[in-house]
Design a protein around this ligand. Sequence first.
Ligand code: PLP
Length: 292
Amino acid sequence: MPSPVLLLLRSPAARDGAPSGYDQVDPAAPVANALDLGITRGDGIFETITVIGGIPQALDAHLARLERSAAMLDLPAPDLPAWRSTVFAAVDAHTDVPEAFVKLLYSRGIEGSDAPTGWVWMQQSGDFTRERSEGIDVVLLDRGYPSTVAETSPWLLQGAKTLSYAINRAALREAKRRGADDVIFVSSDGVLLEGPTANVILKLGDRLVTPKPDLGILPGTTQHSVFDIAKLNGYATAYETLTPADLRRADAAWLVSSVRNAAPIRSVDGAPRALDAQLTASINSGLAARTT
Ligand code: PLP
């Protein structure tokens, strides 16, 4: 595996007169301060961007979501041109590999300093051939919040891509304990939401349908690209309120995310469900062929 690349932004927030650019540092060296709120409180945000053939995919959408997450956490607005050029610098500094990912990490910084910290990490991706072709087993887990949570309780930050992913990782461990690969969260009022690191898409007849983004879920960049690909293939697309019954009756279903791309769902809570191998292959080749 080629060496990862680590770049520290000199000024991750948009501030007049702030130093611009980045510093490349040894990826094995300790770089974060022990009092950085990203570490001590998970108080920060991130993005993970797939890089295929040297092209950071859906970069504009990821940067827009970084800005949106920052606003939801009352973080200073990120300096998007600085983040963009640091992403390209990471790609330039990394050995050419077929698939890699770039992580953008933006934290509130050292407690009391009022200076956010930001860094960009790039490394080769794992091999997801099996998940993309054979599919994944998922379990449904109660998220414990109603589907109205984003509107009623914005301080819960549902729908922001925060560094506080301990719950998402605990849910994935619960899936493993149940003999599955992944999770789809369901709201306390029975609405289908998202996975801990992915969006869900259902094929219902000649339509591809995904849960509405106002349900307190992350608006997915991959889901958005899949809808573009689906429209080119003659499918209608829609954002709707869906339930576990819709997942069970769907002609096909996927969890979609950066890096793994589209993983077809082959069972839900142990009950097998149909795959659409042809459509899955054309979605994944469409995703890999993105040029922006
Ligand atoms: N939902 C959650 C909670 C996520 O963490 C992610 C990605 O990590 C997604 C959905 C999928 O987003 P994207 O397709 O932009 O990677």
